[in-house]
Ligand binder design. Structure first.
Ligand code: PSV
Ligand code: MN
Ligand code: MN
Length: 388
């Protein structure tokens, strides 16, 4: 009898992790972008690569787009192309960080004309969402300042709220605005949306369809991220995750690579808070693969999330609760750790096979020859947008 009970298998079968189109492009640091043979040359090829991840794992049925990086002539056509490959188009990410006009801010800028330009970009993103059938508009803002006194932080917060309200007013009934926070970078003194509290305050003032996006890489070292997850779920405002892992800052490495235990703890709180399998709490990756192959990097990532989810589902909640209530600190911790230390990989491999999937998706993809094929067919792949 598998350690993955039928109930656990049913939960695992619900898992859906959205992939970022930019994970398939070349990316790097400000020092160097290393090209990978076969890198997609356009959004169609990014989607074809993303569909491979889903084909081998059945874990990633949708792909997030970034505008203008993924601008195409016909989103209808792109949507049909994706659907033919078994995936849908997901979150639309706006971009207000690569335009000279936004040097001193976009949605917060002192100049109403520049604010209008940034708002219009978001309205264009919503038009695209209408065509792609996307639900979520994700906003990450690269706005802030480098020096004390450089700017009026309070005024910026007020302008941000006005700008977000104008954008929110155009969001459809079935659509959402998710606002991501990040504690620093590219600004180093202050950031306009630095933490979950600011994001929460901004979206709470807009309405029900405005939520917080939690990117796991966007916190100071030592932050108890699962506490934030718990609190946002408690407040009904956790809209989505951008999963990745970090050793230092916003490293955008493979989720679960740096700290699998943290990923486990986060997923435990998602389950505890009723957010697991709830479409309102979207799981997404936000990663870049600078030195490793991109498609296997994404396969590894979704498998890591699946693995930590399976472990989290193993927790004996009744026993845990009893230990908590009786004040048995060590027993409670042992129950928690027992689940974390359980190796679920053989049981997951068996379960995958029972569903017609490869037991080892990494090996199956490697054996498919897809990477060699695209390396031969595609010449001159593009950068993800980073490091350009
Ligand atoms: C920049 O920090 C960032 O990584 C944010 O996390 C966004 O989600 C992503 O870029 C794409 O815009
Ligand atoms: Mn992110
Ligand atoms: Mn980031």
């Amino acid at each position: 009898m598998s350690i993955l009970t039928p109930e656990i298998q049913a939960e695992l079968a619900k898992q859906a992790i959205e992939l970022p189109s930019w994970a398939f492009g070349n990316s790097g640091t400000r020092f160097k972008v290393f090209g990978t043979p076969g890198t997609p040359r356009d959004p169609y090829e990014k989607i074809a690569d993303a569909a491979q991840v889903n084909q081998y794992t059945a874990l990633s049925p949708s792909v997030a787009l970034h505008i203008p990086w993924d601008k195409v002539d016909s989103y209808d056509d792109l949507r049909k192309y994706a659907e033919d490959l078994g995936v849908s188009l997901g979150t639309i990410n706006s971009n207000t960080f690569q335009d000279d006009d936004y040097k001193f801010g976009a949605l917060t800028h002192e100049d109403a004309g520049i604010r209008r330009k940034a708002i219009d970009h978001h309205l264009e993103c919503i038009d695209i969402m209408d065509q792609t059938g996307s639900r979520d508009l994700k906003i990450w803002l690269a706005e802030g300042s480098n020096y004390p006194g450089q700017t009026d932080m309070r005024g910026r917060q007020d302008r941000l709220n006005d700008s977000l309200r104008t954008i929110y007013e155009r969001i459809g009934d079935d659509q959402r605005l998710v606002l991501e926070y990040k504690f620093f970078e590219p600004s180093f003194y202050h950031t306009d949306v630095p933490d979950w509290g600011t994001s929460y305050a901004q979206v709470a003032s807009l309405g029900d369809r405005a939520m917080v996006c939690l990117d796991t890489g966007h916190h100071a070292p030592g932050t108890n991220i699962e506490f934030i997850v718990m609190q946002l779920l408690r407040l009904g405002k956790l809209g989505s995750f951008d999963f990745n892992s970090r050793f230092y800052a916003d490293d955008d490495l493979i989720v679960g690579a740096a700290d699998p235990f943290q990923l486990f703890r986060i997923i435990v709180e998602v389950i505890r808070g009723g957010g697991y399998g709830d479409p309102d709490v979207a799981f997404m990756l936000d990663q870049c693969h600078n030195v490793e192959d991109k498609i296997p990097g994404q396969i590894r990532s979704v498998l890591n999330v699946q693995e930590m989810t399976a472990r989290a589902l193993l927790i004996d909640h009744e026993a845990l609760r009893a230990a908590q209530v009786s004040g048995d600190v060590l027993a409670a911790n042992a129950i928690f750790m027992d689940a974390f230390y359980t190796d679920v990989r053989p049981a997951l491999a068996e379960w995958r096979e029972s569903r017609g999937l490869p037991a080892d998706p990494m090996a199956a993809f490697a054996a498919s020859g897809y990477l060699a094929k695209i390396a031969e067919e595609r010449v001159g792949g593009v950068q993800a947008g980073w490091g350009a």
